[in-house]
Design a protein around this ligand. Structure first.
Ligand code: CDP
Length: 208
């Protein structure tokens, strides 16, 4: 069983994916971390973000088990990840890795921007998780403040909108809802409500 979860930043797809993987006894991959890991390696070595050859080599040698979410969640790494995510050759390399993960038994939950459209077009169930930019900016600001980081709602909102624009307008694998994905708008939902709604959608799809 493969569950594909796509959606914009701070839509709640990460938390939801982890909980769904636990619930259904599946493995979980946050594919955003793979883009972040490559971006972090380029930044750490002072290499230009446009050097696709080096980026592909880093991706080729990437060890998913070594990706540290707490380190990779830094804001500047997310920004750099979204910049290198436009490189088609790099995406092909990361997609190979992500597909291998998805196809390993007993199956997996993958979350990202192009899981239902590119990485796992034959997934058992596809969800597109979204929320209004304002709700997402509030969540992201609260999350940053709770970690003791300095975050301004207005700046976070601008940043999210810029990233949405870059992710959905790029020519290679833009973020979009797959034709057969179910839309889950979490604007008015807390995480528990969103989780229950997702479990219902998945259970129905499995039964069908
Ligand atoms: O945590 P947040 O939602 O802000 O970002 P992320 O999921 O960690 O992804 C960081 C960046 O990687 C995104 O802005 C996308 O540009 C890119 N990405 C992608 O292109 N395709 C994916 N499947 C996952 C992430």
């Amino acid at each position: 069983m493969i569950i594909a979860i796509d959606g914009p930043a701070a839509s709640g797809k990460g938390t939801l994916s982890r909980r769904l993987a636990d619930h259904f006894g599946l493995r979980h991959l946050d594919t955003g971390l793979t883009y972040r890991a490559v971006a972090a390696a380029l930044l750490a070595n002072g290499l230009p973000l446009g050097d696709e050859g080096v980026a592909i080599e880093i991706a080729h040698n990437l060890d998913l088990a070594q990706m540290d979410k707490s380190v990779l969640s830094a804001h500047e790494i997310g920004e750099a990840a979204s910049r290198i995510a436009v490189l088609g050759g790099l995406r092909d390399e990361l997609v190979k890795l992500q597909r291998r993960f998805a196809q390993t038994p007993p199956g997996a939950v993958l979350d990202g921007r192009d899981i239902g459209t590119v990485v796992c077009p034959d997934a058992t169930v596809k969800l597109f998780v979204t929320a209004s930019p304002e709700a997402r900016a509030k969540r992201r600001t609260d999350e940053m403040v709770s970690k003791g980081q300095d975050a301004q709602y207005a700046a976070v909102l601008e940043d999210l909108k810029r990233r949405d624009e870059r992710d959905s307008k790029r020519t290679v694998a833009p973020m979009r809802q797959a034709d057969d994905a179910v839309l889950l708008d979490t604007t008015e939902m807390d995480i528990e409500t969103a989780f229950q709604a997702a479990v219902d959608i998945i259970s129905r799809a499995r039964g069908a």
